[in-house]
Design a protein around this ligand. Structure first.
Ligand code: ADP
Length: 410
């Protein structure tokens, strides 16, 4: 392991190195300019790792950001498919190379990772990737360190001071771009929320104006009062969804993990939604693999996810329909599949249903909702290291499947 050299000696290099050096710095300039042009966080993080790999000429680059909920570093992007699979894996800040770089907010050049006691072996074990040497730099803004970029396995030889300087300059630009993207996303969320509030508010104003008319027949008056009730309920549902989403997106939501017995949790949820199903004459069926042991999870939040999926399975179903729930184990995951015999989702709408405020166009506008339930559910499940997938046949029904890892992801 070498600590980086003093700031310097770029001009001590032989003149023959200059064209190559110049080319690399020009490329750095191009790549940095490119970074500020995107505000979408996923695209941005991928651009950062790709640029870093090109500049440092190495096998792979990973980017880790601080997860405010756990205080650990979380793999957010990688150039390598093996490392990309790390998804929600977190790395402790006290016992890893990335953690050292993060907590000292200093770059680090490790020539033989396996010999370094800070090396967090679990990553190589999980991915079957073979780390040899590492060049890591902090992602630092003016007042805080956001995370770490690690370049792994130099193509030829080992990383040098020039690689380090290039990566540091790129990281400085990258940190600003990440912060801009975060700020933009927050302002975007507020704008979208305010926009969505307009519809029920406009309806409320229109209805109250109508109610003031003395000539209005009693029957119509009652109907309008019913609309008032519905719109107020919608506003109230929206406000709680907004708050929950804002909390989840800003990382302020606290998760309390405990061993959670999913079979019991599903039965509890079924009791909550049974009255609603009975009104619609919808039958509920449950199949549980009893051998499944508790998984680590935030019980209340998982309950919220299940209730949302079950509620949708009834809401978007038809009278006399069916909802079946299965709890099974598959490879390293526990799966909860919720299948309904409802209206299904058209194929063109399927990729959008996890987008904020998206609702499948419904000309009759008969089903109440905010278009936020699935976004919130997906966020909660991702926080558990899992994912929600969906299969659907338009006109026939849908299956929403919640995949949760059996082991804790931390
Ligand atoms: P909401 O139900 O409040 O509109 P969600 O985020 O829960 O919001 O769902 C988003 C959209 O996905 C819904 O508006 C609906 O069009 C579609 N959807 C969700 N679940 C189902 C389902 N089980 N069957 C058919 N469509 C569904």
């Amino acid at each position: 392991m070498r600590e980086p050299m003093e700031d310097n000696q770029i001009f001590d290099r032989p003149i023959s190195d200059y064209p190559r050096l110049l080319r690399r710095y020009m490329r750095l300039n191009e790549l940095s300019t490119d970074l500020v042009s995107t505000l979408n966080i996923d695209t941005l993080l991928h651009r950062i790792v790709e640029s870093a790999r090109e500049l440092t000429e190495c096998e792979a680059v990973s980017l880790l950001l601080l997860d405010p909920q756990t205080g650990n570093l979380k793999f957010e992007a990688s150039t390598d498919l093996l490392l990309e699979g790390l998804g929600c894996t977190t790395v402790p800040t006290d016992n890893s190379i990335a953690g050292w770089i993060f907590s000292h907010s200093q770059p680090l050049l490790v020539e033989d990772a396996l010999q370094d006691i800070r090396f967090f072996r679990e990553v190589d074990v999980l991915t079957r990737f073979e780390t040899k040497n590492i060049l890591g730099v902090p992602l630092r803004t003016k007042d805080k360190t956001l995370g770490v970029i690690e370049a792994i396995n130099k193509d030829k030889g080992s990383f040098d001071e020039e690689d380090l300087r290039l990566l540091q300059t790129l990281a400085a630009q990258a940190a600003i771009a990440i912060e801009n993207s975060n700020l933009f996303q927050q302002s975007d969320l507020v704008a979208e929320m305010v926009h969505e509030l307009r519809t029920p508010l406009t309806a409320l104003v229109a209805v109250t104006n109508l109610l003031r008319r003395p000539e209005l027949p009693q029957e119509q008056r009652l109907r309008l009062a019913g609309t008032l009730d519905e719109e107020v309920a919608r506003l109230s549902e929206m406000t709680s969804d907004f708050l929950e989403l804002a909390r989840l997106e800003s990382g302020r939501a606290r998760f309390h993990r405990e061993p959670t017995h999913l079979g019991g949790l599903i039965e509890e949820c079924l009791e909550v939604i049974r009255p609603q199903a009975e009104v619609e004459k919808i039958s509920l069926e449950l199949k549980v693999d009893r051998s499944i042991t508790p998984v680590p999870g935030d019980r209340n939040r998982l309950k919220q996810v299940l209730l949302n999926l079950l509620n949708n399975a009834i809401k978007y179903n038809h009278r006399g329909g069916k909802v079946s729930i299965r709890l099974i184990k598959e490879k390293g995951d526990v799966l909860i599949a919720i299948e309904d015999s409802g209206r299904g989702i058209p194929p063109e709408a399927l990729p959008k249903i996890f987008d904020r405020f998206y609702r499948v166009p419904d000309p009759k506008r008969e089903t109440p909702g905010t278009g936020l339930g699935l976004v919130i559910a997906q966020r909660i499940v991702k926080n558990h290291g899992g994912v929600i997938t969906v299969e659907s046949e338009f006109g026939k029904g849908s299956i929403f499947t919640l995949h949760l890892p059996c082991e804790s992801v931390q």
